[in-house]
Write a protein that binds this ligand. Structure first.
Ligand code: 0L1
Ligand code: MG
Length: 261
């Protein structure tokens, strides 16, 4: 287990890379015995620093929850991270690409809970009963590691590559949808780049929330009501460039679009 001085120093290193859109080498290159718990301690310290400078924690994300994403990134278990007010971008808006290193976009189902849930034995029914609404979302991920190459421990310390997110479409009551089989199409400049169905996320996106709640339980925390929870990319992530217009279409839920400038 890392001591508090090392956690603080590595938090500063990651935060600097995030803020300045620069890359750093994988933390595990220098600290090969670093653990997943150390990385989540770095995330907690990142949260303290964001809040201290005036950002709000707006939600959480589960990442690497589909086979396509696990294959793309060469890992075999999910990661979790935080979302903040500084990452939220408006639908139909512009995202400044020079604030990012090598961004990629992914289409995800977002959940907002009407009551807090927690524990390591939740069922899909428990999650659905506690859900206020689901909403189409696009997460913009941007690893601060060189060439987007990392291991799970390093990427968790970089808050699961979170950088921006956009919600759009129609907030829906999950009981009015078959959440296992929402078709999703990601278009870039009008061309289809990726397509898939929401079952790609652990068979049902509520399973991401069950895993996230179990992760939080192991750290003595619960999922709060009213925040956005991103359940993970349904397809592989799509690399983007300046000028690209993204439109993610979600079956029966509307679409999310925005532009990189
Ligand atoms: O949201 C995600 O699936 C990203 C998790 C971290 C791995 C990556 O940067 O692709
Ligand atoms: Mg994601």
């Amino acid at each position: 287990m890392m001591n508090i001085e090392t956690i603080n120093a590595l938090t500063s290193r990651v935060l600097m890379a995030q803020d300045s859109a620069t890359t750093i080498t994988k933390l595990t290159d220098e600290f090969p015995s670093m653990t997943m718990a150390d990385s989540y301690d770095i995330q907690d310290e990142l949260c303290r620093r964001w809040v201290a400078r005036g950002d709000r924690i707006t939600g959480m994300k589960a990442g690497l929850t589909s086979r396509a994403k696990m294959l793309q990134m060469g890992v075999d278990e999910p990661s979790f991270g935080f979302l903040t007010s500084a990452m939220a971008c408006p639908e139909s808006g512009k995202i400044q690409i020079d604030e990012l290193v090598h961004p990629r976009v992914e289409a995800e189902i977002g959940f907002v809970l009407k009551r807090e849930i927690g524990g390591d034995h939740l069922s899909i029914d428990d999650v659905m009963a506690a859900t206020d609404f689901v909403i189409p979302a696009v997460e913009i991920i941007d690893s601060r590691y060189e060439k987007f190459k990392f291991d799970l421990i390093s990427v968790i310390a970089d808050n699961g590559s979170s950088s921006r997110y956009v919600t759009g479409g129609r907030p829906m009551d999950p009981r009015n949808l078959d959440l296992c089989s929402i078709g999703v199409v990601i278009e870039c400049n009008g061309d289809i780049e990726e397509l898939g169905a929401s079952a790609a996320v652990l068979d049902h996106p509520a399973n991401s929330i069950i895993m996230l709640a179990a992760h939080l339980h192991s750290r003595g925390a619960r999922l709060p009501a009213g925040q956005l929870i991103l359940t993970g990319g349904i397809t592989a992530a799509v690399a983007v460039q300046k000028g690209d217009v993204i439109n993610a279409r979600f079956q029966n839920m509307g679409s999310v679009s925005f532009r990189f400038v």
